[in-house]
Design a protein around this ligand. Structure first.
Ligand code: NAD
Length: 287
């Protein structure tokens, strides 16, 4: 029997915890609601959708938000200028720059110019470094969402063999680090597979946990997994305006896996709520 890991339900529970924290740690001390900044460049369909979802979550929970929407052809200097404004603005607790950026922009230069104390996406080299050093920092939202999901469902990962498919800085790399760190939630043995890995099925067949973030519909199928494994599907593939599928062939793993995340309603809502959690953390740290 496969259990579905319900990201919507879990995100709602975490939302309630955040609301409680706001009451106790912010409003009782006469402080203002957390304020998230978002810088969006261009008109990428998925990016606009993700940003709208983030704004919706802010409104839902009472967070303030500021959206700066720059044109597609904005120069690096113009983007850096907006980042500088957000860095200096004491009313903004934390902010993100929605990725991907246009090709003419140096992504690493942009990310490195964010004040690490306001980097609620956790992509700044200082935060990535701290995560590797097992210091307190902002963890990238998707990786934090996955780890939190495993923890809340009491899924033991210590000693388990995890295969992460995908090595992006947004998902694959951070989740590999969090799964393997020497921590209460961690201590898994991690294999990272990517586009140059031959014979991926050799690895997935032996995996207790598979995290897949490749952006290819139905990439992981039932025949690639072993009985009783835990399947975390990060993929978001827009088939058309209304249909979204993950990187896992849900039907073929269902019945064979012990746990699986659905798409939609799995990792996505966890990612969005973790961004708010990081913003609350920034508000509590920085004020
Ligand atoms: P990316 O394009 O930056 O990285 C994709 C990774 O997949 C690369 O590391 C590449 O090496 C690997 N890959 C590509 N083809 C492969 C193949 N044939 N075999 C093995 N590995 C292969 O993508 P990303 O930003 O990591 O996102 C991946 C997916 O996750 C996308 O669908 C994206 O929309 C989704 N995503 C979802 C969330 C969420 O909250 N659910 C968050 C971020 C990204």
């Amino acid at each position: 029997m496969t259990k579905i890991l319900n990201g919507n339900q879990l995100a709602n529970e975490i939302k309630k915890e955040i609301v409680e924290d706001i009451k106790e740690k912010i409003l009782k001390k006469n402080k203002r609601f957390p304020h998230l900044g978002i810088i969006l460049t261009g008109n990428n369909y998925s990016s606009i959708k993700y940003v709208n979802n983030k704004i919706k979550e802010c409104k839902n929970i009472g967070f303030k938000y500021t959206l700066i929407h720059l044109p597609k052809d904005s120069s690096e200097k113009e983007i850096l200028n907006e980042i500088n404004n957000m860095n200096k603005n004491p009313m903004i607790d934390g902010f993100i720059i929605q990725l991907p950026l246009e090709k003419h922009v140096n992504k690493n230069k942009i990310i490195s110019s964010i004040d690490p104390k306001k980097d609620v996406d956790g992509f700044h080299p200082e935060n990535i470094g701290k995560m590797i050093l097992e210091m307190d920092s902002f963890f990238p939202a998707t990786a934090l969402g996955i780890i939190t999901m495993l923890e809340k469902y009491n899924i033991q990962i210590k000693g388990k063999h995890s295969v992460v498919i995908g090595r992006s800085i947004i998902v694959g790399k951070p989740i590999s680090i969090l799964l393997s760190r020497n921590n209460l939630i961690g201590n898994s043995t991690v294999t990272i597979a990517h586009s140059k890995t031959p014979n991926i099925i050799y690895h997935t067949k032996k995996a207790d946990i598979i995290v897949v973030a490749v952006g290819i519909p139905k990439f992981v199928t039932g025949e690639m997994i072993k009985n009783g494994s835990i399947i975390i599907d990060v993929g978001i593939n827009n088939i058309n305006e209304t249909v979204i599928v993950g990187d896992v062939d849900f039907k073929s793993v269902y019945g064979k896996a012990a746990f699986v995340t659905p798409v939609p309603g799995g990792v996505g809502p966890m990612t969005r709520i973790m961004l708010l959690k990081n913003t609350l953390k920034a508000a509590l740290n920085n004020r």
